[in-house]
Ligand binder design. Sequence first.
Ligand code: FES
Length: 169
Amino acid sequence: MSEKKHRVSRRQFLNYTLTGVGGFMAAGMLMPMVRFAIDPVLKPKQEQDMVQVASVEDITNEPQRIDFKINQIDAWYESEEPRSAWVYKDESDKIIALSPVCKHLGCTVDWNTDPQNQNRFFCPCHYGLYEKDGQNVKGTPPISPLDRFVTEVKDGYLYLGQAKPQGGA
Ligand code: FES
């Protein structure tokens, strides 16, 4: 091959240079726009930290179901999600807040609704049982205790945070 064929003409050189510079500038302008557009998707789901749910005066030694809502931001979607907790004061007046979500397959547990098992949480789906402190009763389907909400008392009101596992039993 002759050396002449490999030479780049002035027109080709200008074409390559302008295409390269143009592409670089376009990428520089587009990147922030793309980043801005997809940024919410890259962020983890955000939930409200602590939610005021009840006056401490109204909490008794008998578990009561409290329904509340939390603000949740998932990408562009902001919503109010319903939550529930079984709340009571234990023997030392400490407030306990348990998740009503059964640890077997996620049905909702009720307090004291099974006549054969007084003062226990009962899951009607597969007859799961939990003690008052949320510990699963051995020999029934659930294999771990009910999750427990993080609690905080401020100015006479109970605030609940995330429900966290209590550890296996
Ligand atoms: S879902 Fe509760 S016992 Fe199965």
